[in-house]
Every structure is written in structure tokens, then in C-alpha cells.
Design a protein around this ligand. Structure first.
Ligand code: NAP
Length: 516
């Protein structure tokens, strides 16, 4: 029997009382560890986090809590090698892809440590200037932001077991709010190990960080009015969560990051062979293959001027053909596996749905794998689809295939490109490639209404740019509509979610004496 990973709740390690759900190596098919959350006293766990963890964190200043984040960075850095090993074994990712998850997390916590340090010795934040409530400045309104007196429950997706935890935990802990994380079962090991290392290092107050591995059953029932819930995963589960009785009854503040049909748009003037054209091709291939396309921000739809359609299909296909797929332990492999055989089945099913609406332009589905058995491994080569009639092809705007798959489509003019991008009904990110600053700025503003982030690439930023799919802590992560309507990161804006805003109406003496 493999090791049963323990849960950390109520300030102690507690194994579940069931047999456990096994986690697998998606390349070799071997069982790695088991997780189980049966029999946990969840009410006690939430109360301990809320009362003990919350009180201890709120007693600290922002600067002191930023110090806790800096200490977490040190712990994670010291154990980095173990995290890479777990990622290879449990997520089937090559080193570069594991880095997005592991080093991306460490970088994000480090940023919040810096930003938090600059907030200084306060325990609450003033929000704007006092506003007069009458003619004279005798009675005024000052808004303040104070940490919510509840727990932050994170329910996370399988594709970022490390970054998914820390991009949320960094702003939560900095705000003074304790965290309970429930990682997706398939890849829970890395999350659990990181929490274990941080707990064992003793850098956080008791109750500040808890982890529940296994079923989500009963977690949402524990939510109370001042708790917050942050969910990342499929739109379907998101809908169930929104409709949950405790969430609705207690108005639990909820952030949802769901699926997204992100676009890359080549500007009208960018002819095949131009620097902008080449930059789009390179980025599309990178986005399709990084983490085998299992990124919520990955490019799913490629919009090019009609005249560039054939050249784009050829250039993207030629580059995709160089992608070596298989066992991430083999140095010659560029793209590892999907996270599980279940995901492989889901990608194949999604591809079938897209093939009803688009043609196959490049197909490496059956390409030979390096060092991996196609009967066992959850590996699949990249597939580029295309449709010359994108207005009629509803599925390509609707079906998110969470794998190395994207669809190319032509547009007539910029208004058409904008309309097609909006067919995603709200997305996390769109990237634009061109040279005309005015034209790109107009399109960026137009797409800002339906996207959380617009990434604009001109030749002069080619070296400095951070990548279409890379989520930087300085920028907002989230998107309206189908993308879930969430808002994470964006520098200190992320703290809003974990604070309560209130207006204090009083005279100048009281307002000055407010101790933020
Ligand atoms: P999922 O099936 O919705 O699962 C997400 C999480 O919800 C898991 O922890 C899962 O636990 C839990 N869960 C499942 N049913 C639940 C329920 N009834 N109540 C409470 N929790 C429940 O999604 P996934 O397949 O893991 O993730 C892939 C999707 O996530 C993709 O669509 C992708 O676009 C999206 N995603 C979005 C972002 C973003 O930032 N916008 C980032 C990453 C992924 P179990 O694992 O134990 O079932």
C-alpha cells in the first residue's frame, strides 16, 4: 500500500479514516500516494482556523505578516528539489513546465512580501480621503478596509497545485486571513508537501494554514458570513458552488476562476513573415505546448486576417511538428503528459466536438511517444484545427479542450476580430500582435470589456514581454462571464477580497485617531 497523506486541520496532522483515493504517475501509470479526508471534524477545523489562526494573524501588522511571507519563500526555496520530483511524478511535467507552477509560486509570494512590507506597521487600511457630509468639514466620511474575521477556503484545480495555492494564500495571509486549502485530488501531493514543509518550519501561527486532501464533501457547509471562498476549476463545478446553500444564505464572498476560450489576434497590417506574424506563431506554439495546454490562460483561438490564414496554418504547423512528446524524465522531451488518463479521454472527446465544427490542420495525436507507452501514458501530441467560417462554428467558441489544442480562424476587419474574441463570452486574456500603436491601443480598450487582461506585443517589446499565458502578480488575473467573473492578483488590489470596506462617519478628531 502507498503512503496515505495526512490532512493538517485544527493545528494537527490528521489522517482520514477511509481507505483513500490513489494518486498516479500519469506517464508510468504507477500509484504514488493516497489521500483521504473521511471522518475529519470540519466544524472544529474551521473554528480553529477562524478563531486561533485569524486572531493571531490580525494581531500582526502588514509588515510583520509580510515577514511571514518572506519566511515561507525561504522554506519553499530550501525544498525546491523535492517539489520538482513530485511534479514530474504526479503531474507528468517537464522541468520548464514544473517551474511555471513552483517558481511562479515562489516569485508571487516574494512580490507580496515586498508590497506588504511597504504597507508598514498598520493593521487596517485607509481607503481614500475623508469626504465632507455637509457644507463644512465638521462631519465626514472616511472609508477603511479591515481584514475579514473569517477563514479563506480555497478549492483548487489540478493544473497548478503549487501556484494555485500560493497566488491566493499570499494576499490572504498578508491581509491577516487564515487559509484552508483543498487541492484537486489528482495532484494534491505537491500542495500537501508544501503545506507540510511550511508547518514543520514553524513560520506561521497555529491555525493560519490548513490543508484538506481528498473529497470536498462537507467543506462548503462550514462557511459562515465573514468567510470567503475562492474557487478555481470548471464552470460546471463553479455553478454548483454558487448555488450552495451556505454560500447563498450567508452571502459568502466568492471568487470564481473558471474556464476560458482565450484568443491571440494578429493585427490587420501584420503580413506573413513580418516580425508581428512571427511573434504570434511562436507564442501560439508555446501556449499550446506549455503544460501540454493545461493552462486556464492558454491560447485556444487564433484570429488572423483572411489573407494570412494559410500562411499562419503552415507556420504554426511547422513549429508544432518539432514538439517532442513523452516521458518528462527524458531530456529530449519538450512536452510531458496530461495530468491523468481521465483528462486524456476528456481531451479526445473535446477534439471530437471541435472536429464537428473545424478542419484538422496539423495532427500529432498519434505521433510516437518518447520513452512512454501510449497504452499507459496520458500523453497526446498537439493538434491545430481551423475554420474559414468562424461565425457559424459555435463549438470553437464554446468548447474548452484542456490540452495542446487550438483553432485558427480568419477575420474580415477589426470589428469582426473583436466580435469573434467576444464570442468566448468573457475570457481571461487576449493577446494582440502588430506594429500600429494607435490601432492596437483601440483594440486593447475594446477587448478590455470582455477580458481580464490584454497582452499587446509589438516588435520592440519582443524580448521584455512576459508571455500571453504567464500570470504576473502585478496584473489582474480573472475575467468576466464564462471566465468566472473573478479578480485575483493585480498587486495590492488582491487584498480587497480579504478585507471588508466600511465607512466611518465622524468628526475630524475621531477620523484622525482611527488606527489603520
Ligand atoms: P473541477 O473538476 O471543477 O475541480 C476543481 C476543484 O473543485 C477540485 O478541487 C475538485 O475536487 C473540486 N470539486 C469538484 N466537485 C466539487 C463540488 N461539488 N463541491 C466543491 N468542490 C468540488 O475542475 P478541474 O477539472 O480540476 O480543473 C480544470 C478546469 O479549471 C479547466 O476548465 C480550467 O480552465 C479551469 N482553471 C481555471 C483557472 C483560472 O485561474 N481561471 C486556473 C486553472 C484551471 P476533486 O479534485 O477532489 O474532484
Amino acid at each position: 500500500m502507498t503512503e496515505l497523506l495526512s490532512n493538517y486541520v485544527g493545528g494537527r496532522w490528521q489522517p482520514g479514516t477511509g481507505a483513500g483515493t490513489p494518486l498516479f504517475d500519469p506517464v508510468l501509470g504507477t500509484e504514488l500516494v493516497r489521500v483521504d479526508a473521511t471522518g475529519l471534524d470540519l466544524a472544529g477545523a474551521f473554528a480553529f482556523a477562524r478563531d486561533t489562526g485569524g486572531a493571531a494573524l490580525r494581531a500582526l501588522t502588514y509588515r510583520e505578516r509580510a515577514g511571514l511571507l518572506a519566511a515561507i519563500v525561504k522554506v519553499l526555496q530550501a525544498n525546491r528539489d523535492a517539489y520538482y520530483e513530485i511534479a514530474t511524478a504526479n503531474s507528468g511535467t517537464v522541468k520548464n513546465d514544473s517551474a511555471v507552477d513552483i517558481d511562479g509560486a515562489i516569485f508571487t509570494i516574494g512580490q507580496y512580501a515586498k508590497w506588504g512590507d511597504a504597507l508598514g506597521d498598520a493593521r487596517a487600511l485607509r481607503d481614500g480621503e475623508p469626504a465632507k457630509l455637509g457644507k463644512e468639514p465638521v462631519f465626514l466620511s472616511q472609508h477603511v478596509q479591515v481584514p475579514t474575521r473569517g477563514v479563506a477556503l480555497f478549492i483548487n484545480a489540478f493544473n497548478f497545485p503549487s501556484w494555485g495555492l500560493w497566488e491566493k494564500a499570499a494576499p490572504a495571509l498578508l491581509s491577516g486571513v487564515p487559509v484552508i486549502v483543498k487541492p484537486a485530488t489528482a495532484t494534491a501531493w505537491l500542495t500537501q508537501r508544501m503545506v507540510r514543509d511550511v508547518v514543520e518550519a514553524g513560520v506561521l501561527p497555529a491555525g493560519a494554514l490548513s490543508v484538506v486532501c481528498g473529497s470536498s464533501a462537507g467543506l462548503l457547509d462550514q462557511l459562515k458570513p465573514f468567510d470567503v471562498l475562492s474557487f478555481t476549476g470548471s464552470a460546471e463545478t463553479a455553478a454548483t458552488i454558487r448555488g450552495h446553500d451556505a454560500v447563498a444564505r450567508h452571502s459568502v464572498r466568492t471568487n470564481i476562476e473558471a474556464d476560458s476560450l482565450n484568443s491571440a489576434v494578429l493585427a490587420p497590417g501584420a503580413a506573413p513573415g513580418s516580425p508581428a506574424f512571427d511573434l504570434l506563431v511562436k507564442e501560439v506554439v508555446r501556449e499550446m505546448t506549455v503544460k501540454s495546454g493545461q493552462k486556464c490562460t492558454a491560447i485556444r483561438r487564433i484570429l488572423v486576417p483572411e489573407a494570412a490564414y494559410d500562411a499562419a496554418a503552415e507556420a504554426i504547423g511547422a513549429r508544432l511538428a518539432k514538439t517532442t512528446v513523452g516521458n518528462p524524465r527524458n531530456e529530449s522531451v519538450r512536452m510531458g503528459s496530461l495530468v491523468s488518463r481521465a483528462q486524456l479521454a476528456s481531451v479526445r472527446e473535446g477534439l471530437q466536438a471541435l472536429e464537428g465544427a473545424a478542419q484538422v490542420l496539423h495532427d500529432d495525436r498519434a505521433a510516437p511517444l518518447i520513452d512512454a507507452d501510449p497504452q499507459v501514458a496520458a500523453c497526446i501530441g498537439p493538434v491545430l484545427l481551423g475554420t474559414r467560417t468562424p461565425d457559424a462554428a459555435q463549438a470553437v467558441h464554446d468548447v474548452e479542450v484542456f490540452g495542446p489544442v487550438a483553432t485558427l480562424m480568419p477575420y474580415r476587419d477589426l470589428a469582426h476580430a473583436e466580435a469573434l474574441a467576444e464570442r468566448g463570452q468573457g475570457s481571461l486574456v487576449a493577446s494582440l500582435y502588430g506594429e500600429d500603436a494607435g490601432e492596437l491601443a483601440r483594440l486593447a480598450t475594446a477587448l478590455a470589456a470582455s477580458h481580464g487582461r490584454v497582452h499587446v506585443i509589438t516588435p520592440e517589446v519582443a524580448q521584455a514581454q512576459t508571455g500571453h499565458g504567464n500570470v504576473m502578480p502585478m496584473s489582474l488575473h480573472g475575467g468576466p462571464g464564462r471566465a468566472g467573473g473573478g479578480a485575483e492578483l493585480g498587486g495590492l488590489r488582491a487584498l480587497d477580497f480579504y478585507h471588508r470596506r466600511a465607512a466611518v462617519q465622524a468628526g475630524p478628531a475621531v477620523l484622525e485617531a482611527l488606527q489603520p
